[in-house]
Design a protein around this ligand. Structure first.
Ligand code: HEC
Length: 134
């Protein structure tokens, strides 16, 4: 459900012609510099990233689950999960963040969840590029 809502919001076709077309275009790869993305549309951990991770990562990355003995654990609590995710990102070299490598299946026991060319991967990458705001 969460992904459906998020995808719809990022699809220019669904909002083309509406007053929100500026926000819709913010998902284009071409705006990665961040100049247009200083507001909420840029995406915070809470608004753009947490839900994506909860949706597909938590079933393994939680206490008692398959990846429950790793350092990457999701509880559903925003502050705790932000702290957990922060260990696996690099704001100085966003593209080399372990979080991105793992989620796209590079050396990851959980395989590929979000491929490199997926909108979800790009959303997380852009969030890191923008300094990973909570
Ligand atoms: C099917 C189960 C499964 C899913 C789903 C899964 N993982 Fe994993 N993950 C693992 C396992 C098992 C490991 C431990 C082996 C390894 O390091 O790859 C792991 C390790 C990791 C690590 C390294 C943790 C450490 O302590 O070094 C990160 C980061 C990570 N996963 C991120 C993710 C992200 C992000 C997602 C969702 C987009 C995700 N994983 C979804 C099974 C999963």
């Amino acid at each position: 459900m969460w992904i459906v809502v998020w995808t719809a919001a990022g699809c220019a076709d669904l909002s083309r012609g509406a007053a929100s077309s500026d926000a819709a275009s913010s998902t284009d790869a071409g705006t990665e510099g961040g100049a247009l993305l200083n507001s909420d549309a840029a995406g915070s951990f809470a608004s753009s990233v947490h839900g994506l991770l909860i949706a597909v990562c938590q079933r393994c990355h939680a206490q008692g689950q398959e990846a429950g003995d790793t350092q990457f654990l999701l509880t559903g609590d925003g502050a705790a999960d932000y702290a957990s995710v922060s260990r696996f990102i690099s704001v100085s070299a966003p593209g080399s963040s372990r979080l991105l490598a793992k989620m796209s299946g590079t050396g990851h026991g959980g395989g590929t969840l979000y491929a490199v060319d997926s909108p979800e991967y790009r959303a997380v990458l852009r969030w890191i590029q923008e300094g990973a705001p909570p």
